[in-house]
Design a protein around this ligand. Sequence first.
Ligand SMILES: [Zn+2]
Length: 324
Amino acid sequence: MYFPQYRPRRLRAGETIRRMVRETTLAADNFIYPLFVTHGKGVKKEIGSMPGNFQQSIDNVVKDCEETWKLGVPAVILFGIPEMKDETGSEACSEHGVVQHAIRAIKDKLPDLLVITDVCLCEYTSHGHCGVIRNGQVQNDETLELLAKEAVSHARAGADMVAPSDMMDGRVGAIREALDDTGYQQVPIMSYAAKYASGFYGPFREAAESTPQFGDRRSYQMDPPNSREALREVALDIEEGADIVMVKPALSYLDIIFQVKQQFNLPVAAYNVSGEFSMIKAGAKLGWIDGDRVMLEVLTSIKRAGADMILTYHAKEAAKLLNG
Ligand SMILES: [Zn+2]
């Protein structure tokens, strides 16, 4: 059927009919809100390049979680900023680490809010890399032990889900085994399965104070031009026991999200990263784009590509708009 018999505009004529034929619906349920936890009390330090996002002490993080939960956002993901950084990132695995304390405080107030933890070493190491360094190289197998210990310590503190973001080979299997051996068979793993070495992480590194002190992360994060490699990484993580697989970043990798969704039958997460957030904020501040409209369009595109859940700094503001 072609024009003039068929006129696609008929189904776009008014908002009611558009609502009826809309294929993708965005809701607060789809969001995971990232939070940066720091030591101290009463701390709430805005991250310059990420307006509306803060480094916060636990008391303020709990308040933020209450707001998040009230808006209908079901989950947060925690990133820790330790008191002291060292070569092996020891605060990452400490019972008294800032994330471990935060998990206990949040779960105490909001038992139903799903608390996910980022499992990595870069925020905790003095060199800012995601693993142990020897001879200037990130050591894969030695790092696995530390990541497994970190994941278990998060689970012990009450984390509902762990999310390894390091991109070491074999980490999902190592973490699954360690969780199972310590009685945390019920704790799911959301793996950063296809994580690219991206320029879009810039503002996050200010937020998490995790800029590598030498070199970059290209020897472990993926090369942006590759997509078949992403599917291999996802397949490996599923084989090793991942429950949810993530693609990061989201906006420049919608094709990867789409392919992962088509090829695998696990829930897919996408990380709408800091640079994607900051670009919208900057454009809106300059008056060059309508920030709210572009934000919802971007989030919708990520969901339309195949993401079941979106980690996003927009979670609260988008939820407010969607809740109307
Ligand atoms: Zn890392």
